[in-house]
Design a protein around this ligand. Structure first.
Ligand SMILES: [Fe+2]
Length: 285
């Protein structure tokens, strides 16, 4: 498998200040200093950053950062992308350093998502310090997962499995839309695609190490007037206990705990009848 983990997400937003408040004081992430004007980087663990919030006029996911193991693996990804007909931009050493990685390439998939592949992300020697005593499940499992809307659903599943080496964990239908969950490590899914008339980020997920942190983040959203997209519940496929907040950009942030780990040798794909065992009801207020 060539891609190892969802390494980072870069979010372009007109609400960077609200984002930094949300990420830090509500979700318990460590918000860094604004070392580059208009850019805030956010830590969830020992990596130099996992989220990047950048000033923009419109809300967008400006970079989806996929981690590979080393320079040779990055070269193999480039070969596979080019063989599939994509244009790959190889970033120079300065650009890689600006993203705090050793090697970086860019390509845009056929939905229009801006993908970056990297190896050698900087690992901080300063401890991760959460303003809310949170810890996140990351490491080999990466940042979490992203759920993406796409009008070219079949093409996305083909590309992520055949070109990038992801494996299907399971599938479901949500109304008329197909949803497929894809993994690149033991996390049940690092990305999922939802068949939709538009392209965009539905939500991304971060996983806390303690169930109480989910409750504290839920309280934090309520206390600070953050919108709740979906109430607490447990997902049927990855068994994540979670809720969904409305981010300052308008898409969702799933905050969860207790996701299953997949053993490749033992896993069997199933078609799940619905997204949740209980809860996750659309919030009404
Ligand atoms: Fe999710």
């Amino acid at each position: 498998m060539s891609v190892k983990a969802l390494g980072f997400l870069s979010l372009a937003t007109s609400a960077r200040q609200e984002w930094t408040e949300f990420a830090g004081n509500t979700l318990g992430m460590q918000v860094g200093a604004e070392t580059t004007p208009g850019v805030t980087r956010v830590r969830l663990d020992d990596r130099s950053f996992r989220l990047e919030i950048t000033d923009a006029e419109e809300e967008a996911v400006s970079r989806i950062g996929w981690e590979v193991s080393d320079a040779a693996a990055l070269e193999r990804v480039v070969e596979r992308l080019e063989a599939d007909g994509l244009t790959v931009e190889r970033c120079g050493a300065d650009e890689a350093a600006a993203s705090e990685v050793l090697g970086l390439v860019r390509a845009t998939d056929r939905s229009g998502f801006r993908l970056e592949f990297f190896y050698g992300q900087r690992k901080s020697v300063e401890p991760f310090i959460s303003p809310r005593s949170a810890k996140f499940v990351t490491g080999d499992l990466g940042l979490g997962h992203a759920v993406l809307l796409t009008p070219v659903f079949d093409e996305m599943i083909r590309f992520y499995t055949e070109v990038l080496g992801f494996r299907v964990s399971d599938t479901m239908k949500m109304g008329p839309s197909r949803v497929t969950f894809l993994r690149c490590n033991a996390r049940h899914h690092s990305v999922a695609f939802v068949e939709a008339p538009v392209t965009g980020l539905h939500h991304f997920m971060v996983e806390a190490t303690e169930v109480d942190m989910v409750g504290r983040a839920f309280d934090g959203c309520r206390d600070r007037g953050t919108g709740i997209m979906m109430d607490l519940g447990r997902h049927s496929n990855d068994e994540m206990f979670s809720f969904y907040a409305v981010t300052p950009s308008g898409f969702g942030l799933e905050y969860g705990h207790g996701g299953v780990l997949v053993d490749d040798a033992a896993w069997t794909v199933t078609e799940i009848a619905g997204p949740s065992l209980w809860g996750h009801r659309m919030a009404t207020a």
